[in-house]
Write a protein that binds this ligand. Structure first.
Ligand SMILES: *[C@@H]1O[C@H](CO)[C@@H](O)[C@H](O)[C@H]1NC(C)=O
Length: 175
């Protein structure tokens, strides 16, 4: 078979683009485990309810409440263990059937290799389910082009204060 010149130019251009694309999408996978502390009680609270509807007060699922958070993410379930980052953003009670939260937050890392880099998390969190999955939809710094998921599992829920510790396993692909 003979390839006419215009076709061969197209062919090599195609190969070049293909190789270039393969090179450009070299990705790594990172797994980070942290413990999320949602402190709603006391003067050192990190989660503050900023809005609700009149009907929220009578809703069994707190439907309509919006909470702003700046929650610490630590290395172990102990709040005084090493601070890895913070979860900054908000969650809203978005279900009338169960405790189903809309989570919209940025994780900012303050430690190690990922210090200063962020991950954007947007997802549903049915807090009484054993394991919840929230999508990671982007990132910055070392986490450019990030996508992945967070698996969240409650570690401790204080019935008296409402403070919660959640184990987060963050899995991300990024460049
Ligand atoms: C993280 O980065 C900030 C800003 O560049 C810096 O001040 C801080 O010392 C760094 N922390 C660690 C643990 O490297």
């Amino acid at each position: 078979m003979t390839i006419s010149p215009p076709t061969s130019i197209l062919f090599f251009t195609y190969i070049f683009i293909l190789l270039y694309t393969i090179n450009a999408v070299e990705e790594v996978e990172t797994h980070i485990q942290v413990y999320f502390h949602d402190i709603v009680y006391g003067s050192k609270s990190t989660a503050i309810r900023v809005a609700q509807a009149t009907s929220t007060y009578t809703s069994l699922t707190a439907f309509g409440a919006v909470v702003m958070i700046d929650d610490p993410l630590t290395e172990t379930p102990d709040l005084s263990s090493k601070l890895i980052g913070r979860a900054q953003g908000m969650y809203a009670f978005a279900s009338q059937e169960e405790f189903g939260l809309l989570m919209a937050m940025n994780i900012v890392f303050v430690e190690g290799e990922f210090n200063g880099s962020t991950l954007a998390v947007l997802g549903r969190n049915a807090v009484f389910s054993e394991v919840r999955e929230m999508p990671v939809i982007g990132g910055s710094g070392k986490f450019r082009f990030a996508r992945g998921y967070v698996l969240a599992k409650t570690n401790n829920y204080d019935l008296i204060t409402g403070d919660t510790i959640v184990e987060w396993n963050i899995h991300v692909m990024h460049t």
